[in-house]
Design a protein around this ligand. Structure first.
Ligand code: SAM
Length: 309
């Protein structure tokens, strides 16, 4: 049941999209002085080594954060003729993401990747609250130890509980402002149905909350259906929504010289946001084409941005 470890995937292209959206949303939500509660239903370990065994085995950050950084540096040195959008500079949302990751590292090297709990912690104010769920015993222990170092006291709670269920006890918060990040690993097929059920229940309990759901785009019916279900749910509830997706390569299975199947790995993912901050769409309009340029691996690289409500 618990084979997924985010350490293998930290800093991959899905994290780039997810964390860019998360930062842009939080930057807006923390502009108003009123208390904000942030609930991360699937927190992970919190911090990851990019030079450690897990990351080096998978090499996924090479096609994510490292590729983004090197594309930015290339664009700074010499604006490529085909790079119209980069010629005007890196989009503010991408720059904010790069600045966030850099702030956990020394200027000379990129060795640490911050997961969503630490990204959120950096952006909230002292009077805001953070609730972190993580069910994997090892990751929950690591997350607890990482968070303990912050000496944040009661501002941050780490719960080794099921995040889908656990969300219920925190919404609506006393001060009715909250951002919920729901980022399951989808290693269990049932996760798709659980996300949809949680989204429906959460909207009933707390209709004005901001909800950000990450989902993989893979050739699997449940994965295709999830953003459609979220869209129907938001529309029926009369809520605004934004669906941002990033494809970095083809999803086709190919064969190598030996005739063996080569699976492409995760080709694409999306973030579906219900009640998005009104500034988020413009931020993603500027960021997504650049992400395609910077992270695209073949001619199938593309982005999607839809909104409604
Ligand atoms: N949100 C993290 C980030 O952006 O850095 C990454 C989270 S990772 C994709 C998903 C995490 O959810 C894994 O660490 C996994 O152990 C945990 N998990 C799986 N099922 C869970 C559940 N029902 N409740 C809470 N955590 C769960």
């Amino acid at each position: 049941m618990f084979s997924y470890r985010h350490a293998f995937h930290a800093g991959n292209h899905a994290d780039v999209l997810k964390h860019t959206v998360l930062i842009a949303a939080l930057q807006h939500l923390t502009e108003k002085d009123a208390v904000l509660t942030v609930i991360d239903t699937h927190g992970g370990a919190g911090l990851y080594r990019l030079d450690g065994d897990y990351a080096e085995t998978s090499g996924e950050s090479a096609d994510g954060i490292f590729r983004l950084l090197s594309a930015k540096n290339k664009a700074l040195i010499k604006t490529r003729a085909d790079s119209k959008s980069l010629a005007a500079g890196v989009a503010p949302a991408i720059q904010a993401y790069l600045d966030m990751v850099s702030s956990f590292n020394t200027p000379a090297s990129l060795k640490v990747y911050p997961g969503s709990p630490f990204i959120i912690q950096r952006l909230i104010r002292l009077h805001d609250k953070l609730k972190l769920f993580e069910l994997h015993p090892t990751d929950a222990k690591t997350l607890t130890a990482n968070i303990a170092q912050l000496d944040a006291g009661r501002q941050i709670a780490v719960l080794r509980e099921d995040g889908f269920e656990g969300l219920k006890k925190f919404i609506p918060p006393v001060v009715r402002r909250a951002l919920v990040l729901c980022d399951p690993s989808y290693e269990i097929k049932n996760d798709y149905a659980r996300v949809a059920a949680m989204a429906a229940d959460a909207l009933k309990r707390f209709p004005t909350g901001t909800y950000a759901y990450w989902y993989p785009i893979i050739p699997r019916p449940e994965a295709h259906e999830l953003p459609r279900k979220l869209k129907t749910l938001a529309t029926k509830a009369g809520k605004s929504w934004l669906n941002a997706s990033l494809t970095v390569k083809s999803s086709k299975i190919t064969t190598d010289k030996m005739g063996d199947e080569v699976r492409p790995g995760l080709p694409a993912s999306g973030m579906f946001i219900i009640n998005p901050p009104h500034t988020l769409k413009a931020a993603m309009v500027a960021a997504l084409p650049q992400m395609v340029e910077m992270l695209g691996q073949d001619r199938h690289a593309s982005f999607g941005l839809e909104s409604g409500g």
